[in-house]
Design a binder for this molecule. Structure first.
Ligand SMILES: [Mg+2]
Length: 380
């Protein structure tokens, strides 16, 4: 990919941020989202909004995910209105410099950082009049096949959800598994019987010991089940356990909770601890951190998934632009908006069967989300 000279250079094109605003929303889900780690019935989220000196507005968002990032809507808003706002307000700097300021403004707070860093990128691309994907080096017309998550429930319920998803055009199902491998086998058997044409991604969300993981995955292989990968089988901190599982099985093993930043990615890749990486903007603190991981993966010949927390459409659309732009990102797990009872704002992307395609327009291509537009929950 050679840079297009008509596009603004991320290292030199200067932005002047004159305001950083936030508004808060609550979005009920259509039904509970359940994993081995948590149960979610509604999503509290904060929209970060930046205003440039020419009046251009960009938006990013961050959802409360206490069980994953440790951030609540209150801490996200406090970070945005305190150290993060101070890091970028009034500055005349390039998008890469502004992203570095966001990253260095405080420790942790990766969701809050992602919201602001995405808002800056959205404003940058809107001001330049280009879709964000193009400024990240990709092509608007490319798409990726999305998946649909099947929550951790009783086998019969998971089978029904799987059947409904395939009937709606989905081709890849992400199956949440849990702590009891005997019941997990029943869950998977029920899903496969209900949706025999679907490709499956399994996600144990750290639910198994390395020994359990090896036992259950080896069994899946012996039964030749239609499984593409197994995500985070063991505890996030157990890199040696993850490496042991990867070495013992032939199905590709993906790291998720074990990879937050580029240092984690390098450690996992150098150790050969996994075959695939799951990148999420809420873990990396935004697009630049995610690009750094994808670059490490590309150099190592490793493919990545672009995933997300249970986040609103603004976060998901930014992730889709990045995923479509980067050659090492070959998979997306970006179904959260389908779970929202009120999926706002409009635009950004459409899903055609299993395929996710960007709509075009400058920046993320989304309409701007106004405070109080979310009638299901409302701004407060
Ligand atoms: Mg996962």
């Amino acid at each position: 990919m050679s840079p297009d000279p008509s596009l603004p250079d991320p290292g030199t094109n200067s932005l002047h941020v004159v305001a950083v605003r936030t508004h808060r929303h609550r979005a009920p889900l259509r039904r509970p989202f359940i994993t081995a780690a948590r149960r979610t019935e509604s999503v509290e989220y904060v929209v970060a909004e930046v205003v440039l000196d020419d009046g251009t507005i960009g938006q990013g968002s961050a959802a409360e995910t206490l069980a994953v990032t440790g951030e609540s809507a209150d801490t996200i808003r406090a970070a945005l209105e305190g150290p993060l706002r101070r890091a970028v307000l009034g500055e005349n700097a390039s998008i890469t410099d502004l992203s570095a300021r966001v990253a260095g403004a405080l420790d942790g707070a990766t969701s809050a950082k992602a919201a602001l860093e995405v808002a800056l990128h959205d404003a940058w691309a809107r001001a330049a009049g280009h879709p964000l994907v193009e400024l990240l080096g990709g092509r608007l017309e490319d798409g990726l096949m999305n998946d649909m998550t099947i929550s951790l429930e009783e086998p019969g319920v998971m089978a029904r959800r799987a059947r409904e998803a395939v009937a709606a055009g989905e081709q890849i199902l992400k199956i949440k598994l849990g702590h009891d491998i005997a019941v997990d086998r029943e869950r998977l058997a029920a899903v496969i019987e209900a949706a025999p044409s679907a490709r499956l991604r399994l996600d144990a969300n750290q639910g198994w010991s390395p020994e359990q993981a090896i036992e259950i995955i080896t069994g899946f292989e012996a039964d030749a089940l239609p499984i593409d990968l197994v995500e985070q089988p063991v505890a996030a901190g157990d890199v040696e356990g993850l490496a042991r599982v990867s070495a013992a099985v032939s199905l590709p093993i993906m790291a998720d909770e074990a990879v937050w930043d580029v240092e984690d990615a390098r450690r996992l890749v150098d150790r050969g601890a996994c075959d695939l990486l799951n990148i999420k903007l809420a873990k990396t603190g935004g697009l630049r951190g995610a690009l750094a991981i994808a670059d490490v993966a590309r150099a190592a010949g490793i493919e990545c998934m672009l995933g997300a927390m249970m986040e609103p459409r603004i976060s998901i659309t930014a992730a889709a632009h990045l995923a479509i732009a980067h050659p090492a990102i070959t998979m997306i797990d970006l179904d959260p908006p389908a779970w929202f009872a009120s999926d706002v704002p409009r635009g950004g992307y459409v899903q055609d069967g299993a395929w996710l395609r960007l709509t075009g327009g400058a920046g993320t291509g989304l309409e701007l989300l106004e405070a109080r537009v979310d009638r299901a929950g409302g701004e407060r």
